[in-house]
Design a protein around this ligand. Structure first.
Ligand code: ZN
Length: 138
């Protein structure tokens, strides 16, 4: 990307990432033209190969939990949700995002490798729910 090119329209922040879904029903992220790494939010250069040549990409709204912790002391916006899980999700096809999952009350309610899907929420951050708990779609 040349210095004079406008910045891509895709998400630069997690909040824009979620808003992109509300507006277009797709999660907008970026893909490195050099190595193919996908990211959910804008970076000046690819975190893997350092190339500043990123293009907009549509990310999957489904993925797999790769890390999580259960939070019992919530932030103000989540007072009624605690305990809940703070999760790192590897999206299908690439792109790793952090988010949260309601209804996870202890470590035994979730496991690494659990299939999840993005679920729009009025709460801040990126909400995921277990794929098995989702109503059928498509
Ligand atoms: Zn790269």
């Amino acid at each position: 990307m040349a210095a004079t090119d406008p910045l891509p329209s895709a998400a630069h922040t997690v909040q824009e990432f979620v808003h992109g879904y509300e507006e277009e029903h797709r999660l907008r992220g970026f893909q490195c033209r050099n190595c193919g790494l996908r990211t959910a939010t804008w970076t000046l250069a690819c975190p893997r190969c350092g190339t500043p040549d990123l293009e907009e990409a549509t990310l999957s709204d489904r993925g797999t939990v790769v890390a999580f912790t259960v939070l019992t002391v919530p932030g103000d916006e989540f007072l009624n949700d605690a305990p809940y899980a703070y999760v790192v999700v590897e999206l299908d096809g690439g792109g790793r995002v952090t988010g949260w999952m309601p209804s996870v009350k202890s470590d035994s309610d979730l496991a690494i490798g659990t299939r999840v899907r993005f679920s729009p929420s009025y709460k801040p951050g990126v909400q995921f729910v277990k794929e098995a708990d989702s109503p059928p779609t498509e």
